[in-house]
Design a protein around this ligand. Structure first.
Ligand code: AMP
Ligand code: FE
Ligand code: FE
Ligand code: ZN
Length: 290
């Protein structure tokens, strides 16, 4: 019995990046839940989109093509930029993502070497076994360490080894926000700042950052997200209205790697209204017609 009347989820991950659910299965879960639309937004890759879009057509669920790109952020940190309604065959986007794949291919052996120096002999093959055939990232190193019993939980692997400043960390190339937003728009995508509340900036700083990004091409903010408090959500909705930004939202579902976050409802209270969709579609149309 569908329970999710007039609700959508515009931020989800599959096995193409660090999620545990394959694209077609994710679409089936969204359909069973009764969601009105699902966006697939894997980290730095569109490799899951053809399967997801085909499953959407077969099941009659609206599937929106998306991607989530990590870009350079304040104080050496990173920001996540979600693009919605992307044409994943557009050369500008495909080439940009290819560059990120290349950056990963160079970085993963460095992480392996860092572990070796720590006396932990992981192999890339072993780590790849946790990636479900998709792109290999730090979450898969974390899962491999947990499986070996080196840590009791993948989160511990980040805290002890994989987070920036920890001994197995290796940096990787990142685009500047303006470059990533231009890439997304060249592929007809709507660039949206993902989960601004997760940045843990003071509100005045976050407001300044979002206004600055808007000057560089930002079109929307993700006000609804599993890790946002009611206050975050309310403030972001107000800011979007003041700055003329479009609003998006999603659970950031990953499946097993983030077991507390469920599709559609996040940690239980998330509700992303389907009423956002016409505004997002209109923004996408304007970007296409530029
Ligand atoms: P990568 O793109 O390979 O650098 O991995 C980044 C991904 O790792 C993020 O998208 C998160 O899903 C996950 N991640 C980053 N930091 C942490 C953390 N402290 N604990 C758990 N997962 C994390
Ligand atoms: Fe992730
Ligand atoms: Fe993210
Ligand atoms: Zn995400």
């Amino acid at each position: 019995m569908p329970v999710m009347k007039d609700l959508i989820d515009l931020h989800t991950h599959t096995t193409a990046s660090d999620g545990s659910v394959p694209p077609a299965q994710l679409v089936a879960q969204a359909k069973a839940l009764g969601l009105e639309a699902l966006a697939v937004t894997d980290h730095d890759t569109t490799a899951g989109l053809d399967e997801a879009l085909a499953a959407g057509r077969d099941s009659g669920l609206e599937v929106i093509a998306g991607v989530e790109i990590s870009v350079a952020g304040p104080n050496g940190g990173s920001l996540h930029m979600v693009g919605l309604f992307v044409d994943h065959r557009a050369p500008a986007l495909a080439e940009g993502l290819a560059r990120l794949q290349q950056a990963r291919a160079q970085r993963n052996p460095k992480i392996v070497a860092n572990f070796r120096e720590l006396g932990i002999d992981l192999t890339l093959e072993e780590v790849r076994g946790f990636a479900g055939g998709g792109q290999v990232g730090r979450p898969h190193f974390a899962q491999a360490l947990a499986a070996r019993g080196v840590v009791s939980h993948p989160d511990e692997a980040f805290r002890r080894y994989l987070a920036p400043g920890r001994p197995a960390y290796a940096p990787k190339f990142r685009f500047e926000p303006a470059e990533a937003m231009a890439m997304l728009k060249a592929a007809a995508g709507v660039p949206i700042l993902a989960h601004p509340g997760v940045l843990k900036l003071r509100w005045a700083e976050l407001e300044r950052l979002i206004a600055q990004l808007r000057g560089q091409g930002l079109e929307g903010v993700e006000a609804y997200h599993s890790d946002h408090s009611a206050a975050d959500q309310g403030r972001l909705l107000g800011l979007a209205r003041r700055l003329g930004l479009v609003v998006s939202g999603g659970s950031d579902f990953h499946g097993a790697p983030k077991p507390k976050v469920r599709l559609g409802v996040g940690k239980g209270k998330l509700r992303v209204p389907a009423g956002l969709l016409p505004h997002l579609r209109e923004r996408a149309r304007r970007i296409r017609l530029r």
